[in-house]
Design a protein around this ligand. Sequence first.
Ligand code: ADP
Ligand code: MG
Length: 686
Amino acid sequence: MLKSIMEPSSIAIIGGSSEIQKPGGKLVYNIKNHDFKGDIWIVNPKSPSVQDLPTFKSIKDLPSEVDLGMITVAAPFVKQSLLELIEKGVKGVIIISCGFGEIDEKGKKEEQELAEIAARANIPMIGPNCMGVATFKYAGVFAGPIPNLKPKTIDFVSGSGATAAFILELAITLGVSFSSEITIGNSAMIGIEEVLEYWDETFSPDTSSRVKMLYMETLTKPQKFIKHSRSLREKGCHLVAIKAGATEAGTRAASSHTGAMASSDTSIDALLRKAQVIRVQSKQELVYTAGILESYKPPSGKRACIVTHAGGPGVMLTDELSRQGFELPKIAQETHDKLLANLLPGSAAGNPVDFLAAGTAENLDFILESLRNEDYIDFIPVIFGSPGLFDVWPVYKVIADKLPDYPKPIYPVFPSTVTAKDAIDKFLARGYMCIPEEVNLGKTLGRIAAVPSTRQTERKFSDIDENAISSILKEAEGESIKQLKAEKISSILKALKIPIPFEAIAKSRSEGQEIAEKIGYPVVMKVVGPVHKSDVGGVYIGIKNTQEMESALDKLMQIKDAEGVLFQEMAKGTEVIIGVSREEGFGHLIMFGLGGIYTEILKDVIFTLAPLSCEEAASMIKSIKAYKLLEGVRGKKGMNTEMLADILLRISFLVQKFPQIKEMDINPLMGYEDRILAVDTRIEID
Ligand code: ADP
Ligand code: MG
C-alpha cells in the first residue's frame, strides 16, 4: 500500500520553489541532489523554472502518470491540492504543510477530512505536518541531515520530524546507514502502526531491512502494534524503540495494589516487551542498538572474549559485560600458550587478551585466527585506539576483512575518533558502524540479549470450571458493589484450581469456636468487610487458643463495616503477589512480584500484558529482584516456581475469558516447595 511513498517512480512537488531556506525549496533541492532516478515535476504558478527544473502552472497541467504527490503549500490550499492530485490519479501523497491538528481542534477536523478524502480515493497519505520521507530511492525530506541511504540496512519511523533529524545527526557521525526515514507528522491516516504493518506485509528476506528503529510519542493501536512487531520478529527482524512521554505524574484511584502500581509507563513497558521490541530511552541508546544490530550480528551466546591493546577500556568493558550477565571464560591452556609465544613480550593472554599499545595488525590477525574455532567463546569485542604514532588502518583492515565471514560476531571499539579519524573513515566506508565507547557497547549487548525469544507456547487448561466462574460473575453483575464478596472469591479460586487455605466465616464466639477447632489452632482471623484489613487492625495471625480467639473476635466485630470474621489455617512461606489491572486500550496487565503488606513500598514487581505464554510466565518470575528468595537462600526454603507459573497462567486464562474483571490482587500467595496458598484475594468487576 505504501509503495508509491517508499519507491516512487515520479514525484510532483506542489509548492516547490527556489528558496532552499524554505521547506518547498529544500525538498526540491534534496530530492534533486540525491540521486532520484525518476521524474521530478514542480507545480508553481509563479516561476517558469525552479532549481533548473521546469514547472507547471497547476496540478491539472501535470503529466498523467504522477506517482507520488508532495504537498508543501499553505494549509488553506492543501485540500484543493489533494483533490486535484487525486483527480490526476496520484498513487500516494505526503503532506508536509503544517497548520492542522498540531494547532487546534479545527485543524484536527481538517486533517481528518484530508484523511477521509485519501481513504475514499484508496491512496495512502502521510502527514500533515511532517518532515517528509527519505528512502534509498529518494531523499524526500526538507530538514535534517540526509543519511547514507542504502537498501537492507535500517528502516526508521519517527513520530517527530525534528527528533528524527537529531537522531540522524548522531547516527551519521557513527557511520550508520538507513534504508528509510519516515516521519509521520500528525498521523492523520498513517501512524507508526500502519508503517509496521507495511514493513510486515511486504517483508522479503532478500530485499528488506532487518532492523527497524522507532521513535514514538503516541501509540494508539496497541494490538495492531503487537501483531506486526511480533510477526516481523518471527521473520528475523529486530525492533528498537523510544517511546517518549511515557511517565505519568501523580497517582490514581485504585482499590488494588496492582491497580495502584500500574502506570501508563508500565503499560508501555509491558506492551513493548510483549511486542518483543527493545525499549531504549536515549537517542544514543537507540542509535547504538540499531546500528550494532545492523552492522554486526547479535551475540549468539553469553560468553565473550575481549581483545584489547589497552588495559583501561578492557577492564571497563569486562565490568560492564559482567553487570549485563555475560561471562568471560578462561582461554584454553594450549591457545593461551600459543598466543603468548607469538605476541609481543608483556602481552596477556587471559581474558581479556591484551596485545599492548604497540600491538600490530599481524598480532591481531593471529589472535583472531587463534580464537576462530574456540567453541567456548560466543563473541569478541576488539578495542583498538591510536596512540597517534602510527597509522592504525592496517589493524582496522584486519577486522574489516574478517567481518563478512568470521564465525563469531566481532564488535570493534575504536575510541580515537579524532586521532584515528582517517582510519575510522576507511572502516566506515566498508559499511560498518563505529563504536567509540566500550561501556555503551556492553550495555547495548545486554539489552539485545534480554529480548525474549520468539518462541511462545500457549498453555491450555482442561480442569478449570468456566461455567461456575461465569455464573458467579453474572450474579455479582446485578449488585451495586463491584468488590466481590469473600465467599464468591473463594468459589472462583476453587473453580480455577488455585489452592486456598481451609477457611470459614464466623459471626459469633460459638461459631468461631467450632470453626477454629475444625481448622486446628493456631489460626488466622480477619475482619470481613473492609478492603485493606491490616490498615484497620483487622488481621490476627497465630491465634493459639479459645481465649485468644474470643478476644480477637470481639475486637474484629467492632471494626467499622465488619460483617463477620474469616478464620483461616496458618500458611507459611515466602509472600508473593499476583495481580491484574485492566488498562484502557491495552487489555489486562498481569503483575507478579514480592508480596505482603510492603508490596507497594518495595515495588519489586513486573507487569506483562495478557495473555501470558508459558515462557512469559516463567520469565516474569525470574525477573524480580527477590527471585533469589524464591530459589531459597541461607538455609531458608524456596518457593515452587513452577506452581507459581501455573497460577499466573490460570489468572491469565481467567481475565482472557472474563474481561469484566477490572482489578484483582492475590496478596499474598504463601508457600514453599510443596504447596502454595492464596491467602488474601480481592477482585473488582465492572
Ligand atoms: P490485607 O492485605 O487486607 O491487610 P491479608 O489477608 O493480606 O490482609 O493479611 C495481611 C498479612 O497477614 C499477609 O500479608 C500475611 O503476612 C499475613 N497473613 C494473612 N493470612 C495469613 C494466613 N492464612 N497464614 C499466614 N499469614 C497470613
Ligand atoms: Mg493482603
